[in-house]
Design a protein around this ligand. Structure first.
Ligand SMILES: Cc1ncc(COP(=O)(O)O)c(C=O)c1O
Length: 360
């Protein structure tokens, strides 16, 4: 008898991160992980450096200053916020706390890939609902829910599609789910969205005992390397997550950098303005090349290539040869698509020039 992992674990297809390097010594344009185009706020970098002087001390186990800063910035209640080592950790903690063998976890067809990974890791059963036009279909989700459904994940906006559903649709989804099911609204890209029919979901958390909103510092705040995320929870769920998380799950440097990033309003505004300019620009330019680009409200676009010699795999290789790294999506069942992050102006112009040459 050799050591055997718990049921489900060997069904995990390990997460494949966006490539960050290329053969040779070229400095790549990394457009594969939706990291903020402008890099981190200088104030966050400064706070991180300062925190280094105290790195012999354990961090504040309650991430108190960070939770208070988040509460102030987003108009929330600090005691309902739980911070984690990226939203990935929070996804795993909710899973560990509320689902196990015999339970089902629901998400939509092209939902963020961490949901199946986290589901298998606790031995629960992943259930997907078909999308319509690369968009979450609320009726299909509700139709797949039943007495075994413990968690329903909704990435809103979704990665890799870039689509979103409206606040009214999210409300309808919640109302259609069984009461024992937690609706996790994963709003990693919320700060980029400026649609008046969209909200990240905090008000739903405050109205219902089965809704959690998750957020991250990895996208607009560009602190992916620090691993910093947070969940806004009903009190009973915050209590559960605080019991299961490690007491020091967020480093002091991450807490300090997170507070500084939130305080740097001008930097976040500049990042949003950059995206507001280059997201439509990239979309238009790629469409002008004859590519299909799904309308996105995030900081990335999903691009469809016609299968064949000018297909997505060939485009990926061609871009790599120009030191550009997009994200291939075979693991999402989207082999004819690439996902491209909104980067700097130079990066955006380089992608368009390269794809123009590729399609010649
Ligand atoms: C929808 C979605 N949720 C969560 C995450 C993970 O974020 P974090 O870096 O906070 O773990 C990502 C990152 O790509 C994402 O796209």
């Amino acid at each position: 008898m050799s050591p055997t992992p718990r049921p489900g674990i060997l069904q995990i297809d390990p997460y494949v991160p966006g490539k960050s390097s290329l053969p040779g010594n070229v400095k790549p344009m990394k457009l594969s992980s939706n990291e903020g185009a402008l890099g981190p706020s200088p104030r966050a970098i400064e706070a991180y450096r300062k925190a280094a002087e105290q790195m012999h001390r354990y961090p504040d186990p309650g991430s108190t200053a960070l939770r208070e800063a988040l509460a102030k910035h987003y108009g929330l209640k600090a005691d309902r916020i739980v911070c984690g080592s990226g939203s990935d950790e929070l996804i795993a903690l909710v899973m560990r706390s509320y689902a196990g063998p015999g339970d089902e976890v629901l998400y939509s067809q092209y939902g963020f890939i961490m949901y199946p990974i986290a589901t298998h890791s606790v031995g629960a059963t992943p259930v997907t609902a078909p999308e319509k036009g690369f968009r979450t279909d609320v009726d299909a989700m509700i139709a797949k829910a039943n007495a075994r459904t413990k968690i329903c994940f909704l990435a809103n906006p979704n990665n890799p599609t870039g689509s979103y559903i409206t606040t009214a649709e999210v409300e309808r989804l919640r109302a259609g789910l069984p009461a024992q099911c937690i609706l996790v609204i994963d709003a990693a890209y919320a700060e980029y969205v400026s649609r008046n029919d969209y909200s990240a979901g905090a008000e739903l958390v405050e109205r219902h005992d089965n809704v959690v909103m998750m957020r991250t510092f990895s996208k607009i705040y560009a602190l992916g390397g620090l691993r910093l995320g947070w969940a806004y929870c009903p009190p009973a769920i915050a209590d559960v997550l605080n019991r299961v998380r490690g007491p020091f799950n967020v480093t002091s440097a991450s807490q300090a950098a997170g507070v500084a990033a939130l305080e740097d309003l001008a930097f976040a505004d500049a990042s949003r303005a950059h995206n507001d300019m280059w997201l439509p620009w990239l979309t238009r330019e790629l469409q002008a090349l004859g590519l299909e680009v799904l309308p996105s409200v995030g900081n990335f676009v999903l691009v469809h290539f016609k299968p064949g010699a000018k297909g997505a795999a060939a485009a990926n290789a061609f871009l790599n040869a120009r030191a550009i790294i997009p994200r291939g999506l075979d693991n999402y069942g989207l082999p004819d698509h690439l996902r491209i992050t909104i980067g700097t102006e130079a990066e955006m112009r380089a992608v368009v020039a390269a794809l123009a040459d590729f399609l010649k």
